[in-house]
Design a binder for this molecule. Structure first.
Ligand SMILES: [Zn+2]
Length: 219
């Protein structure tokens, strides 16, 4: 059975594709790798090296509180050509936090990221746990945020053995426009990533930042 939250997200994405992104329908060959919950002092540098080696770009949805502890990592992610997105300040769940605190944390995180990077960045927001509520959706949209979810969960929160994680990704039907969810805080994700990138490239898929998805259709 499809949950109510999932129905709301997919309904909003269908009605308001510019505001809510689950997958990019106009993309033909490119997919987006996304990494949540970083930066991570050990894992982020390794992820960046693996992506460089695979000539892959990705999008990192960063928590403001962690960014403040590791500002140089945030700058490094951007310097290596990846997109930075907003994942809230302290990973509040929209279903349980007050609306005021939730919106304040999203705005605060945008300020933290922009101060670290020294420039304005696109307001793309990935709600922690993938949860939104009507009021949080309306309030953040009012403040100019665009919501980015995912069409495929790598399930790296559950599959903690690299070979099993690689096999799971290999089993997925992945096509242009898909947005894949990974997490920066798992060692097994880092261990698996090189093989996953190579395997996806073997399927003739290329990697885009969220804002570039669908811009490679001429290839
Ligand atoms: Zn998260």
């Amino acid at each position: 059975m499809i949950s109510a939250g999932r129905m709301v997200k997919h309904g909003l994405a269908a009605l308001l594709p510019g505001l809510v992104l689950i997958r990019q329908r106009r993309a033909k060959h490119d997919i987006a790798l996304t990494f949540d919950d970083g930066p991570h002092p050990q894992h982020t540098p390794r992820i960046l090296d693996i992506l460089d080696a695979g000539k892959a770009t990705a999008t990192f949805f960063i928590q403001g509180k962690i960014a403040q502890d590791h500002p140089s990592l945030v700058r490094e992610i951007a310097a290596r050509g990846h997109q930075i997105g907003n994942h809230g300040y302290s990973h509040l769940d929209a279903r349980h936090a007050s609306l005021r605190a939730y919106v304040q944390e999203a705005k605060q995180t945008q300020d933290v990221l922009q101060n670290i990077l020294g420039k304005r960045i696109e307001k793309i927001f990935r709600p922690p746990y993938g949860n939104i509520t009507g009021p949080s959706f309306l309030a953040l949209a009012w403040h100019g945020f665009r919501f980015v979810f995912w069409s495929l969960d790598s399930r790296d929160s559950y599959i903690r053995e690299p070979a099993a994680l690689i096999a799971y990704i290999d089993s997925l039907h992945i096509t242009g426009g898909d947005i894949l969810l990974f997490h920066e805080d798992y060692a097994h994700t880092v261990e698996s990533l090189s093989r996953i990138v190579e395997s996806l490239k073997g399927r003739s898929l290329i990697f885009s930042r969220i804002s570039d998805l669908g811009r490679h259709n001429e290839i």
